[in-house]
Design a binder for this molecule. Structure first.
Ligand SMILES: Cc1cc2nc3c(=O)[nH]c(=O)nc-3n(C[C@H](O)[C@H](O)[C@H](O)COP(=O)(O)OP(=O)(O)OC[C@H]3O[C@@H](n4cnc5c(N)ncnc54)[C@H](O)[C@@H]3O)c2cc1C
Length: 278
């Protein structure tokens, strides 16, 4: 009898494994809460309207169209029961012989509810679209009322200068210089600030000294205001409050300051360890 492998998550890891298992003796079921693979490294291009979402979205059923030992289920995995080898989802229960958990990461707000409620994050295509739409709507407002310091239309704030924050800040700076003035000729984009806030001493702090220095130089030369050793303590949708008491007005704040794992209920910590070792 064919042995059944369930893969939870069709990101880089799950998709690659499912491809390796094409036309093997296993029955493969891929479960994901999205019906498509999303190419995360290009989210920033969607957020800055440089790419259509469809350019970075790849439907699983299309990828595996002619693969006989493959099936897909669009659902959210709620929990698993390793003892009975079952996966519980919002679309039903599935049995497996082997289980692969490849659920990736989600945004980490470190328990700060004002940040999770009011900032944008960029971990899905949908979230990248939301950033794009909010910022474009702000520029439409600026086209009518001008860029106004009082309503925060003059500041786009990105929190976290890791790869995502740096990439996004650089893309916004290019957007501001090369694209927006042509689309919105009546808006004075010299008044628009792209502000990148970082808690550690450097941009790309986890990378080499060369990367730290070069990224900061590039961003500053592109017109990004880079501020390091500063923490955001709260944001109510209008005021970004910093740990030094300072406030920055902004309607568009993107949180790129942390990730944490998408943990599935049902595994004890020791079982996670055994799975990693295996
Ligand atoms: C903005 C951004 C830019 C990046 N740029 C780069 C880059 O330039 N270079 C680079 O190497 N890396 C980059 N990365 C990191 C890279 O995208 C990740 O390391 C990679 O996607 C991790 O792959 P994964 O398969 O572990 O998880 P993911 O790709 O996150 O896939 C996880 C999948 O699991 C699904 N899932 C999660 N929980 C459940 C559940 N409970 N039920 C059902 N489905 C679930 C999700 O829908 C998703 O499809 C970037 C990431 C981001 C966010």
């Amino acid at each position: 009898m064919q042995r059944k492998i369930i893969i939870i998550g069709g990101g880089f890891a799950g998709l690659e494994l499912a491809k390796k298992l094409r036309n093997t003796r296993f029955e493969v079921l891929l479960i994901d809460r999205q019906n498509h693979h999303q190419f995360q490294p290009l989210f920033y291009q969607v957020a800055t309207a440089a790419l259509e979402p469809s350019s970075i979205s790849f439907p699983f059923r299309k990828i595996f169209q002619k693969v006989k030992n493959f099936d897909f289920c669009l659902s959210e995995v709620l929990s698993i029961a390793p003892d009975t080898k079952q996966v519980f989802t919002d679309a039903g229960t599935f049995n497996y012989d082997f289980l692969v958990i490849a659920t990736g990461c989600k945004t980490n707000y470190f328990g700060n509810e004002s940040l999770s409620a009011n900032t944008f994050s960029m971990k899905t295509t949908q979230e990248a679209i939301e950033i794009r739409n909010s910022i474009l709507l702000s520029f439409e407002e600026a086209a009518v009322n001008g860029i106004d310091k009082q309503n925060g239309l003059n500041n786009i704030v990105i929190v976290g200068a890791g790869p995502t924050g740096v990439e996004l800040a650089g893309a916004f700076a290019e957007w501001k210089r090369h694209v927006l003035p042509r689309d919105y000729p009546k808006v004075n984009f010299k008044l628009l600030n792209i502000i990148l806030l970082e808690g550690s001493k450097n941009t790309l702090n986890a990378l080499s000294d060369q990367a730290k220095i070069a990224s900061r130089k590039y961003l500053e030369e592109s017109g990004v205001e880079v501020r390091t050793e500063v923490y955001v303590t709260s944001y109510n949708g209008y005021d970004v409050v910093l740990n030094n008491g300072e406030t920055i007005k902004s309607q568009n704040v993107i949180w790129a300051a942390g990730v944490t794992g998408n943990v599935i209920n049902g595994l004890k910590p020791k079982q996670w360890f055994e799975i990693v070792m295996w």
